[in-house]
Design a protein around this ligand. Structure first.
Ligand SMILES: NC(=O)c1ccc[n+]([C@@H]2O[C@H](COP(=O)([O-])OP(=O)(O)OC[C@H]3O[C@@H](n4cnc5c(N)ncnc54)[C@H](OP(=O)(O)O)[C@@H]3O)[C@@H](O)[C@H]2O)c1
Length: 402
């Protein structure tokens, strides 16, 4: 089956990807596995002109194109990192949320290709995971597929997130890589069963619960001499967060600010969390536990081909079809995350493709906003889960939000 799926994806580079009526994993899971093996040129040369003069403006333009678009555009960046530059990961243990399709699958595939010993995939849809595992077995061998462990978990269910983290902690003596990648895309506003905006609940808060509970294991791993890396999947669309965002109250984040605003606000949270973590953890006694945020570029995935049609049934076609030819494939989109999960030595950075540190919006650099975000995050999670915490354990009762 995997062979057939891979072959279909090869066509997807030339034709618009068909709508999802055939089932999600039929066109998403194997995406670009074939592309990965296509001889697309990935050797990069200096962008300097013959007389050695490259204007800042031209270089900025080159970086912007390389950061956002795929194929030939990736050659224009002022810094380079390729998936093949990922170091050998023998002996290491990792977790990737949303690692069975889209960009997360590109990340998982690369970590396995580079010999990670054990890789947990946290996601919702088992069929999609099984499809991903089949592709890994097919492409990288059964031994690599056997290193994958699936944990079913909706990141908006914070008690389940805690449960999953506890299982990982109980059954492993180390954790080297955590990729917080799962996400709700540009979609309409919705509340979770806790009564919290779903974008914030999944994209930010669920990952905070996961990270906070896994942190003791990651700190232990770092104390034993390794560098531990956490990567949060953000987006340039963090700039679409409402300009009056204060993260002051639940009412504020439950306001419907439109699909782009909802999404942008949750992606702003991912960068602020990284900067906060850098101050509170990395710079505060744990120099070898790093957290950075990434922008993957415009990437051809279910989010940009299918989910976008939910809020924009007509306009979404521009995203689905119009820019499809210049979108990154899921492996190109995985590059900054692989860099942050395996190679970076800084913390609190916002990394754009392939490995370019960018400032991000002014709001994304505001430490006071980050402090308010994290205080609100803790308060909301504790408050919403307190009712049955005696029986089931409030995810925040026995941990620090870092
Ligand atoms: N595509 C782009 O152009 C783009 C640009 C900027 C940022 N991003 C970000 O990149 C990340 C990956 O997105 P993608 O484009 O690769 O989209 P995708 O192919 O739709 O993948 C999304 C992944 O997130 C998982 N997920 C969604 N909701 C979840 C939940 N409630 N709990 C747990 N897992 C959940 C999905 O799980 P299942 O497999 O079980 O469905 C899936 O594996 C997201 O954070 C997205 O916002 C994407």
């Amino acid at each position: 089956m995997a062979q057939r799926l891979v072959a279909r994806r090869a066509n997807a580079t030339l034709l618009p990807v068909p709508c999802c009526t055939r089932g999600v994993n039929q066109f998403i899971v194997p995406a670009a596995v074939s592309l990965y093996h296509q001889p697309r040129t990935r050797s990069f040369k200096s962008t300097a002109t013959s007389n050695g003069v490259v204007s800042n403006t031209m270089q900025k333009l080159g970086d912007t194109l390389a950061e956002n678009f795929g194929g030939a555009f990736t050659k224009l960046g002022s810094r380079q990192f390729k998936l093949d530059d990922c170091p050998d990961l023998t002996g290491k243990v990792g977790v990737v949320t949303g690692g069975s399709q889209g960009i997360g699958f590109g990340v998982a595939y690369t970590l396995l290709k580079h010999n990670i010993s054990k890789l947990y995939i946290i996601s919702v849809n088992e069929e999609v995971f099984q499809g991903a595992k089949t592709v890994i077995a097919d492409e990288l061998g059964q031994d690599k597929a056997d290193r994958m462990f699936w944990m079913k978990c909706d990141l908006s269910d914070w008690r389940r997130v805690k449960e999953v983290a506890e299982i990982i902690k109980r059954t492993n003596d180390r954790l080297d890589i955590l990729v917080n990648n799962s996400g709700r895309g540009i979609m309409s506003a919705e509340l979770t069963s806790y009564g919290v905006d779903r974008h914030m609940a999944v994209n930010h808060m669920g990952h905070v619960v996961l990270t906070s509970h896994l942190l003791p294991l990651m700190q232990k791993t770092a104390e034993q001499g390794s560098i531990v890396r956490i990567s949060n999947q953000s987006s340039n669309l963090h700039e679409a967060a409402p300009k009056d965002t204060e993260f002051a109250s639940l009412d504020e984040i439950n306001q419907d600010v439109g699909p782009n605003g909802q999404y942008g606000r949750s992606k702003l949270a991912g960068i602020l969390y990284s900067r906060y973590f850098n101050r509170k953890v990395t710079q505060n006694g744990h120099p070898n536990v790093l957290m950075n945020a990434t922008h993957p570029g415009f990437v051809s995935t279910k989010q940009s081909r299918q989910d976008i049609l939910e809020p924009y049934p007509l306009g979404g076609y521009a995203m689905k079809y119009g820019i499809e030819p210049i979108k990154k494939d899921q492996f190109e989109g995985a590059v900054p995350t692989v860099f942050c999960a395996t190679t970076i030595e800084d913390s609190g950075q916002y990394i754009c493709p392939p490995c370019i540190p960018e400032e991000g919006s002014e709001m994304s650099q505001d430490d006071e906003l980050a402090d308010r975000l994290m205080e609100l995050t803790r308060d909301i999670i504790a408050d919403k889960t307190r009712m049955d915490s005696v029986d089931r354990g409030c995810p925040m009762d026995d941990t620090f939000v870092h």
